[in-house]
Design a protein around this ligand. Structure first.
Ligand code: SME
Length: 165
């Protein structure tokens, strides 16, 4: 991924954040932009914190995942939500925490999204390429996480109240 591609994508996400009024639309368009612009982003999803669980919000990819709800602390996703620190797994076949979603996945990055001092969600990206993610992806996606954090907090709150939690 080139610096230009990262810069123009951050600008695109910033425009989405400023133009869309509904939090769900911001998140849907953001996952579509990320997947559409980077070939190594095979599947892109945003999980929302709902109590002690992560619940899948908008996602974009060739298939739907069966992991709609993941307890915080389980899987690579749950580890990142518990620690608040980005996880990069270069080879998912040797990470014991890994919860398999797609047979084609070789590597994964999970970037927590914080708002008001707590983790409200995360960006999860699976790649069909081995070791697809590096520090450029991490820094770039952490900036995307900051841009969408208010909308993720809104969507997480809306989701947990609609679920009666
Ligand atoms: N692989 C993740 C589960 C989510 S799927 O990748 C969409 C994990 O280990 O937590």
């Amino acid at each position: 991924m080139t610096p230009d591609a990262r810069r123009s994508t951050l600008e695109a996400v910033d425009r989405i954040v400023n133009r869309e009024s509904a939090a769900k639309d911001v998140l849907k368009k953001t996952v579509a932009v990320l997947r559409g612009r980077f070939d190594h982003y095979s599947w892109v999803g945003i999980y929302l914190v709902d109590g002690a669980d992560l619940v899948l919000g908008p996602s974009d990819g060739p298939e739907a995942t069966e992991h709609m709800r993941i307890p915080v602390g389980q899987g690579v996703c749950g580890a990142a939500a518990a620690s608040g620190v980005t996880e990069i797994v270069g080879d998912v076949t040797v990470d014991e925490r890994y919860l398999a979603c797609f047979p084609s996945t070789r590597s994964e990055i999970v970037v927590p999204i914080a708002f008001g001092g707590r983790v409200v969600g995360e960006i999860d990206i699976d790649s069909d390429a081995p070791s697809a993610f590096d520090d450029d992806d991490r820094m770039f996606l952490e900036r995307v996480a900051t841009l969408v954090s208010l909308h993720v907090a809104h969507e997480a709150a809306a989701h947990s109240s609609s679920a009666g939690a």
